[in-house]
Design a protein around this ligand. Structure first.
Ligand SMILES: C[S@@+](CC[C@H](N)C(=O)[O-])C[C@H]1O[C@@H](n2cnc3c(N)ncnc32)[C@H](O)[C@@H]1O
Length: 235
């Protein structure tokens, strides 16, 4: 059995990757900062006392960007990786935001918020959930934790692996990544990771899954190679 047969997301996002994540994600996704800026704009009409769930918070991109934008918003940073949450906590402390951020280590389906949230993010998370049932459980748990009408912004790698467009975008994406001087060995490892560990599904199937999880049909507002991001509302 190879390591790919046993891909475990919390082990993938270990201490070594958590330390490198901030640099690596910007090589992988060249418009990463633009996406997070757009999320700020999508959330700009939330109330002053809004509470926001960051599902798959990682090293804290959403929490920190949104927290800097609006000093009275409060957050829960939830993640399955203790190492990513550790870096998130350090960064939150560095921004003097500790008083407004709580943490949950684990899967969303095991999280019971004391009060429903005004909004949630799930950025570059659900494509790691290989089973459709578990992926739906992730989005259902987010829906269950939101107020009616609550806003969800989610981003994922997506697409139909068998289409010509997919092959074209994948090749250009990896060419752009390689241009950062990534070593051949690392490039091959990343190619294999994308091949085996990412649950690409066509947009229509992804949006059906969101609707079945309790959201309005989401609207795509962002696209970079195979990364997409959408906004929807809890029904
Ligand atoms: C690519 S990072 C994205 C982090 C952050 N949202 C961002 O935009 O940079 C994916 C994160 O999702 C977390 N994750 C993956 N599956 C998860 C799940 N089922 N529940 C909670 N977190 C999960 C990983 O541990 C990792 O920290």
């Amino acid at each position: 059995m190879t390591s790919h047969d046993r891909f475990e997301v919390s082990q993938h996002f270990d201490a070594a990757l958590a330390e490198r994540y901030e640099r690596r994600i910007r090589m992988f996704c060249p418009s990463y900062d633009a996406l997070h800026e757009m999320i700020g704009a999508l959330f700009s009409r939330l109330p002053k006392d809004a509470s926001i769930l960051s599902a798959g918070a990682g090293t804290g991109a959403e929490v920190i960007r949104l927290g800097m934008r609006s000093p009275s918003w409060r957050f829960v940073a939830a993640d399955i990786s203790p190492d990513m949450l550790h870096v998130c906590r350090e960064r939150v402390e560095g921004q003097r935001m500790s008083g407004r951020v709580e943490y949950f280590h684990g899967r969303l389906r095991d999280y019971c918020p004391p009060l429903p949230f005004d909004a949630a993010t799930s950025i570059f998370v659900s494509h790691f959930i290989l089973s459709r049932e578990e992926r739906m459980a992730h989005f259902q748990a987010i829906a269950d934790s939101l107020k009616p009408g609550g806003l969800l912004v989610f981003g994922d790698l997506y697409g139909d692996r068998h289409s010509v467009n997919f092959a074209h975008l994948l090749a250009s994406w990896l060419d752009g990544y390689a241009a950062h001087g990534v070593l051949e060995m690392e490039l091959n490892k990343d190619r294999e990771h994308i091949e085996h560990d990412i649950a690409f599904i066509p947009e229509s199937e992804l949006l059906d899954l969101l609707e079945r999880s309790g959201f309005s049909r989401p609207i795509r507002f962002y696209q970079t190679f195979l990364f997409g991001a959408w906004v929807g509302y809890k029904l």
